[in-house]
Design a protein. Sequence first.
Length: 183
Amino acid sequence: MKATGIVRRIDELGRVVIPKEIRRTLRIREGDPLEIFTDREGEVILKKYSPIGELGDFAKEYAESLFHALNRVALICDKDTVIAVSGGSKKEYMERPVHEDVERCMQDREKMVISAGQGEMQGIIDGDDPSRYTAQVIVPILSAGDAIGAVVMVSREPGDMVGDTELKVCETAAHFMGKQMEN
């Protein structure tokens, strides 16, 4: 654990303010749920809660199915990070923060289907160069009306195109995962 040097007092209602710098660094926004843990040494640990993260193994298997069905890199993200990847480098994608373009798709509940020459490619992970992709599909995962993540399919193969089939497969995956979260 890393010390920040910041000390805060608990108010009469038991609240502690998390400093703005830490919230910005960890991408914690107003209304974000935090999970509370304690350890044997009496430490209290706050962790950003990811409802879709609970489906980690399931998401991994679904990503593998998407990759095997369409032979394109398949990613499943929560609101902040990639939680499952298949067909691509896990080191490159796994647990990396999602790009603001993917966040915007989730926020706007907007589906995107882009092939090279047919639109501007979107960034997938922070620090990503969108021009390295030749095809992309991004579909938000909705649960109880809230965007909780996204299903993303990408390709780097020259001349690769995506269309209705890839969109329908990603929509099905997103819908199914959203329903799993409601149960």
